[in-house]
Design a protein around this ligand. Structure first.
Ligand code: AMP
Length: 584
């Protein structure tokens, strides 16, 4: 029985799970809907609810309901539910586990592998959090795929026209735009830009604020201070926003929203016109258009070279979005695949492709951010030295040699930055490594290599040539101990949605499935130095030594390390691999 691999769009407001059915991507209906609210809430019996049941529970218990957790991915935020603390990765893992279980029920087979999508503009830490969330949910991530890229894959499946596409993705919480070069054989992302803090939810909240202000003027009561009333109002504002995509005016009406000082029931009635909503959201949509211009500039592409504008994400149903894109690019934006599910469909296509299905073009993605190392420059100023620049195709590898200040410097600190400035203060520090007990040596050289995989996950290799000490680490959360005070996910009981029907084969499999991964193992940030298990590196070293142009000192060092490898010395193989890498 072949195990299916699923594609998951882990969204800010909704998540979807899809798989390839008879060569076509199919979105799985969970509890009656393809769109699963990305919500976790504490149920009346102390169990955690996920999805629609959690969203329904929000109005009873808004304080113990978590929404929009995706916006916190990659941050140090902690949320509490029922007095227990959870990281964003833990909350996301509950959503992923719910989707995995729904897929297993639908497919009647265990599922342990997935392709998960992330905003193209997600940084290193948010990507790593997504991977951790999947791992906690018992899912191996075969690849993280950028959302607009996944959408382009879904569009490319039925359309083999050549050209340059602009994929504009405005969802509930994030905005991304990508310029994609499409040919028969390859789909290459040329540039991505975006904002991980811009989405439809901001529009809902702004509209709710306006309605709350009007209510305060009328009744002197601040609805922001009442969590249940505020949750109802934001939800009503969202519904009004959605109606205004097809109607010129609407009314936000919420009855029994509060009580007056003398105990009378108070109702809210707030009329809104589409033109008013458009005036409210126009600055944000203008910002997305300026992102479009930046993506085009970075892709070295004139607006007139774009052959298709594809709309992704629920908010692109707002007429203003199409209108501004049309006037910017002189093209009619298109959305012939449902903008809510197109990303999950693309993820399912990528999942099937990774398992060997031949579905069309090969996809080449890019990194949206520059990655570099902080180094002291003249005048003792720390600057970021870029190793991998933004919009570099994935996977990518780059290296640089740095120097210790003096030969007996016993320790080095390596800071990894993400951002587009040489000034570290304008970048985000995504990792910090320490190498010590280096002793005194003749060499001050420190080799630093970045490996960025197809999921945009960075592995850093540092080798102090003097001592031979090496370190290989994946960028991960910096504070592993933080979890000691957090809720233990193993003890979390997630209520199953009543509408999900189990079939017996899945129950049987569930009874025998392996345990969840060990939490302590999850906390272990350090990935052991790469172990080279075959002798390819020895053969490569021999071929480097056979070169006549090799520097005498390099030859001497390489020969010495090769002899150490042959003698079975600890760590020598890694050092040899690094040396070969730098000398090749
Ligand atoms: P997504 O993140 O792609 O699932 O998009 C969800 C966002 O799209 C939410 O903010 C929804 O309120 C919004 N949305 C869905 N349908 C519409 C619509 N017809 N008009 C405006 N916004 C919409």
């Amino acid at each position: 029985m072949e195990e299916p691999v699923i594609g998951i769009d882990l969204g800010t407001t909704h998540s979807e799970v899809a798989y390839l059915n008879d060569g076509q991507p199919a979105v799985i209906s969970v509890a009656g809907s393809a769109l699963v609210p990305s919500v976790v809430s504490l149920g009346p019996d102390g169990e955690l609810l996920v999805g629609q049941a959690a969203l329904n529970n929000e109005l009873n218990d808004p304080v113990n309901t978590v929404r929009w957790i995706k916006r916190k991915m990659g941050t140090e935020a902690v949320v509490t539910i029922g007095g227990k603390a959870y990281t964003p990765a833990m909350i996301s893992s509950l959503i992923l586990r719910y989707l995995k279980q729904a897929a297993e029920v639908h497919l009647g087979k265990p599922v342990s592998k997935a392709v998960v999508t992330v905003p193209a503009f997600f940084g290193e830490r948010a990507r790593e959090d997504t991977r951790e969330a999947a791992r906690l949910a018992g899912l191996e991530v075969l690849r993280l795929v950028n959302e607009p890229t996944a959408a382009a894959l879904a569009y490319a499946m039925g359309n083999r026209d050549q050209g340059k596409w602009l994929v504009y993705d405005l969802g509930g919480g994030t905005f991304d735009v990508s310029v994609v070069d499409c040919s028969q054989a390859v789909m290459e992302v040329r540039a991505s830009h975006g904002d991980v803090n811009l989405g439809g939810h901001d529009f809902d909240r702004d509209l709710a604020h306006r309605a709350a202000e009007s209510f305060k003027k009328q009744h002197g009561i601040d609805l922001h201070a009442e969590p249940r009333a505020w949750a109802r109002l934001v939800r009503a504002a969202e519904q009004a926003k959605i109606r205004l995509s097809s109607e010129a005016e609407t009314v936000i009406r919420e009855e029994y929203l509060a009580k007056s000082a003398d105990g009378a029931d108070l109702h809210l009635t707030f009329p809104v016109r589409r033109t008013e909503l458009e005036a409210q959201v126009a600055p944000a949509i203008e910002r997305t258009i300026s992102s479009v211009r930046q993506a085009l500039a970075q892709a070295d592409c004139l607006p007139s070279a774009i052959t298709r504008v594809l709309l992704v994400g629920g908010v692109t149903r707002m007429p203003l979005v199409a209108q501004l894109l049309r006037s910017e690019l002189q093209l009619e934006p298109q959305a012939w695949i449902n903008p809510d599910t197109v990303v999950a469909q693309g993820a399912a296509i990528e999942a099937a492709t990774l398992c060997g299905a031949k579905l069309g073009a090969v996809m080449v993605d890019i990194t949206p951010h520059t990655l570099g190392v902080g180094a002291l420059t003249f005048g003792d100023v720390v600057e970021v030295v870029p190793l991998i620049r933004r919009n570099t195709p994935l996977p990518s590898q780059a290296s640089e040699v740095f120097f210790k200040r003096h030969e007996d410097q016993d320790a080095i600190e390596i800071s990894i930055y993400q951002g587009e400035s040489r000034n570290p203060a304008h970048c985000m520090k995504v990792g910090e490594f320490h190498l010590d007990h280096l002793g005194t040596s003749a060499s001050c050289e420190v080799h630093c290599r970045f490996d960025l995989d197809r999921s945009g996950i960075l592995t850093v290799h540092v080798t102090d040539l003097g001592s031979g000490k090496a370190l290989t680490r994946v960028i991960e959360r910096p504070s592993g101990t933080r979890r000691a005070n957090l809720a233990d996910l193993a003890s979390v009981r997630v209520a199953e949605s009543e509408q999900v029907e189990r079939d017996e084969s899945v129950d049987e499999w569930a009874a025998n499935r392996p345990d969840e991964p060990d939490q302590e193992e999850a906390d272990d940030q350090v990935v052991e130095a790469e172990v080279v298990t075959d002798d390819a590196v020895v053969a490569q070293a021999e071929s480097v030594l056979a070169r006549t142009d090799l520097d005498a000192a390099d030859r001497e060092e390489l020969s010495a390390v090769l002899a150490q490898v042959r003698a079975g010395a600890d760590g020598a193989r890694q050092r040899l691999a690094d040396l070969v890498y730098f000398l090749q």
